[in-house]
Design a protein around this ligand. Structure first.
Ligand SMILES: [Zn+2]
Length: 322
């Protein structure tokens, strides 16, 4: 049997653990709710239990895996292995996750930003297999990104590179969680779409959306997408704008990075891509420079929620962790 490695995606709602070999063949996998509201300690306990269960499914004990990779959201200190803070993880302020987990597991633990891990996963095992230069964008609750240069994650001077979702594409546009206005995330993410819809409702506009909010009790990306498909003009406009500004952002990425491939993934794209993907691609092709555009392929992500854990497998392979 080849050496096995553990990897886990630490999310605000779910933990996804896999045990796999360095070629990305998954032997065991488990998903559990993270119950992040309980704070770091119980979540770390659950991460270890989830990894143990995934190892069990692979027919091994967790003590026999060679190393464990953790893909985490939020601001990380990669040098010291800390989770500085993450909006999805209440109470995580400077948690020395690498130290805690490596002590408890007795194996090396590697930490990486979740979107960077997903970018690496798609680059090595997914839609971007075989490419050297890739940009990955996940459109879900937020908009995250990862930049792959020569098959490696680009971290930047302080590890904070790849915040592609906070590119301002609409000057003085909608408010973003980060405090700015007009970030791509504020327009195309699930949270952004939901905020914008609620703003319309609160302003006494959008009668269709008012009705949906009353009927369903919430106005998330799924509800807005259903309304758009049913012909609601306000819902339709929100997705038109998401497509337009996503296209603007993509054109910038094309011009700046001259990548072989941009890979788009994430829950909002999976659930509602029919409403804005084609529009975004048209705008991108209209705005981007012709030379870098010639080399570009725009693809949908192929690994789904496994991109992060599989990216950690690739990262451990690169580090030569044994
Ligand atoms: Zn922002």
């Amino acid at each position: 049997m080849p050496d096995l490695y553990g990897a886990i995606d630490l999310g605000g709602t779910k933990l996804r653990a896999i045990v796999a070999d360095l070629d990305g063949n998954i032997g065991g996998e488990l998903i559990r709710p993270s119950e992040a509201g309980e704070g770091p300690e119980p979540v770390i306990d659950r991460m270890i239990e989830t990894l143990e269960a995934a190892a069990g499914k692979a027919g091994v004990s967790l003590s026999s895996v060679r190393a464990v990779g953790v893909a985490s959201p939020g601001a990380l200190d990669l040098e010291d292995g800390l989770v500085q803070e993450a909006p999805q993880l209440p109470g995580w302020n400077g948690v020395p996750l690498v130290e805690i987990m490596s002590k408890r597991l007795g194996v090396p633990v590697l930490l990486e930003n979740d979107a960077n891990a997903a970018a690496l996963g798609e680059n090595r095992f997914g839609a971007g297999r075989g490419t050297r230069f890739l940009v990955y964008l996940t459109i879900s609750t937020g908009v995250g990104g990862g930049i792959i240069i020569d098959r490696k994650v680009y971290h930047g001077a302080s590890g904070a590179a790849g915040e592609l979702g906070h590119m301002v594409v609409w000057f003085n546009g909608p408010r973003c969680l980060c405090g700015e206005r007009g970030c791509l995330e504020a327009i195309a993410s699930g949270t952004g779409l939901s905020w914008r819809a609620k703003e319309l409702v609160d302003g006494g506009h959008a009668p269709g959306l008012v009705g949906i909010l009353r009927e369903k009790g919430e106005l998330g990306a799924d509800e807005i997408a259903d309304a758009a498909r049913a012909g609601d003009v306000d819902a339709r406009r929100l997705f038109d704008e998401a497509g337009l500004y996503l296209g603007v952002a993509l054109a910038h990425y094309v011009n700046i990075f001259n990548r072989e491939m941009i890979v788009l993934g994430g829950g909002v794209l999976t659930g509602a891509g029919d409403l804005f993907f084609d529009h975004a691609e048209r705008i991108m092709r209209q705005l981007a420079r012709k030379e870098p555009l010639k080399y570009l392929r725009l693809e949908r992500a192929s690994l789904g929620d496994r991109s992060g854990p599989l990216g950690m497998i690739a990262a451990m392979r690169d580090m030569g962790v044994e």
